[in-house]
Design a protein around this ligand. Structure first.
Ligand code: UGY
Ligand code: MN
Length: 257
């Protein structure tokens, strides 16, 4: 561990980082995090890791909130997904307070006023996008849950890959957020190419991520943006399972804006 820390220090000294920003993908390692102020998040340390400025159609950021800090709803038309990495927050929606602890999460539909308040110092990862309504479908309801309460569904015949879906599978939702778990040696079955994009946070373990024509070693804390049609594949390495949180826009026609 000591060597690793020293390694980072040396890399920084020579202006190196594992972060890579390319046309259709990005890998953001923690050593290049940049803290920025953010309207609606007074007192919080915000690090925006994915945004439209790099080509994405959504935003992903970390929010470190000191105890007692509160965040307000985003601008009109934007839906928000909040996932607690550390500590605890209360989410107040429609006058009701919900406590979210580590690996607790919430999807707050566009247009829904709310407050997120840190009960203790808390670290969150937040995803926001412009909601894409679907004609004939009702407006989605808020979703509040915890990862471990969701059923683990097998995703491969070898038993090495499973997924927990954090949101209901229904077309009124224009995105999904999942936790995928790879046992050591497990991998995606094929190189995916699809029109939807991803925001990913490595939660545990690590492995090798293929993005376009490059292969990257990735570990807990790393963030990845995969733009439309970025060829992608992951294989887990190491003695313990690798897990990642992954967002995807979906359920909408590619011609629908
Ligand atoms: O759902 C997905 O597209 C997912 N399997 N992609 C990924 O893990 N890169
Ligand atoms: Mn994919």
């Amino acid at each position: 561990m000591r060597r690793l820390v020293k390694g980072y220090a040396v890399r920084r000294q020579f202006g190196e980082t594992r972060s890579v920003i390319a046309r259709r993908h990005a890998l953001i390692s923690t050593d290049s995090h940049e803290v920025t102020p953010m309207p609606g998040w007074p007192g919080a340390r915000i690090v925006v890791v994915i945004s439209p400025q790099m080509g994405a159609r959504f935003v992903q950021f970390f929010a470190d909130m000191p105890e007692g800090a509160a965040a307000l709803a985003p601008a009109e038309g934007i839906e928000r997904f909040v996932f607690v990495l550390k500590g605890a927050v209360t989410l107040t929606l429609d006058g009701e307070a919900h406590r979210l602890e580590a690996e607790g999460y919430a999807l707050i539909p566009a247009g829904m006023d709310h407050e997120i308040r840190a009960v203790s110092a808390a670290r969150l990862v937040v995803l926001e996008k412009m909601f894409a309504p679907l004609e004939g479908a009702p407006h989605p309801e808020p979703v509040i849950g915890a990862v471990e309460a969701q059923p683990e569904r097998p995703m491969s015949d070898d038993g090495l890959l499973s997924v927990r879906k954090l949101l209901p599978v229904a077309e009124r939702f224009d995105c999904e957020v999942n936790v995928m778990e790879f046992q050591p040696g497990g991998s995606l079955a094929y190189v995916e190419t699809h029109f939807v994009e991803h925001g990913l946070l490595m939660l545990d373990g690590g492995g090798v991520y293929r993005l376009d024509d490059d292969w990257f070693s990735v570990a807990a804390g790393d963030v990845i943006w995969m733009g439309p049609y970025c060829p992608q594949w992951f294989g887990a390495l190491g003695a313990r399972p690798a897990r990642y949180l992954i967002y995807k826009n979906w359920n909408r026609d590619p011609l629908a804006g």
